[in-house]
Design a binder for this molecule. Sequence first.
Ligand code: ATP
Length: 235
Amino acid sequence: MPLLIKDLHVRYGALEAVQGVNITVPDGKVVGILGANGAGKSSVLKAVAGTIRSAAGEIWLDDKRIDGMGPHQSIKLGLATVPEGRRVFAGMTVEENLRLGAYSRNDKPGIEQDLQTMFERFPILKERRKQHAGTLSGGEQGQLAIARALMVRPRFLLLDEPIQGLSPVITDLFFDIILKLRDEGVTIMMVEHNVHFVLNLSSYLYLMEQGKVRIEGEPKELTSSEYVQMMYLGR
Ligand code: ATP
């Protein structure tokens, strides 16, 4: 099992934002995390990415325990993240942002090839390659953030609300890219508010509420749950 989260706890002072969460992301699958604002979804993702420390529990990537590792170490294991709000390096150009994504790699020809692939996949980034990332539109920054993560050539990809604020056309593009990555064997964990987007991509889902997993299952099971229908699907 490539990504295993066991009894994870995250605390911010007195607040226990994540209270004993267990999540498994099988090899080459997309797993979605749903839940209301403040349920603790991003905290789980950040603990896996290593940008926050967990208070208790274990996180395993293949046979390596990664809780306590910083993002610089986990990126070397092939774990890339698209954080919430994108966070591109505003003062750097589009191309510099992309090259920075590959900083943990040293295969120069592969990096150049991937740069061209990103420009083909995201033509707007090619057009804007010399422009400072901070001057890009929100949707363009979203494309840059995912392209930068792909420059890692990740085996594991963490996506925190990847389509928030994106146009339908770019949302469709992201949908296809995520499917393609999955087919290439990339293992993906995704937090997303757009229920249909997550349901259509994920092989398994976790629904979090107040720091805990309330319901989990395959998309079919979740959509047949009365609770999910009422709270998330408006039926
Ligand atoms: P959203 O869908 O709104 O992004 P979420 O499910 O991702 O929410 P988290 O961002 O994980 O939720 O937050 C869980 C709880 O922890 C919230 O109550 C939030 O206010 C709190 N929290 C998150 N980050 C911090 C922090 N750095 N310091 C203090 N409290 C925090």
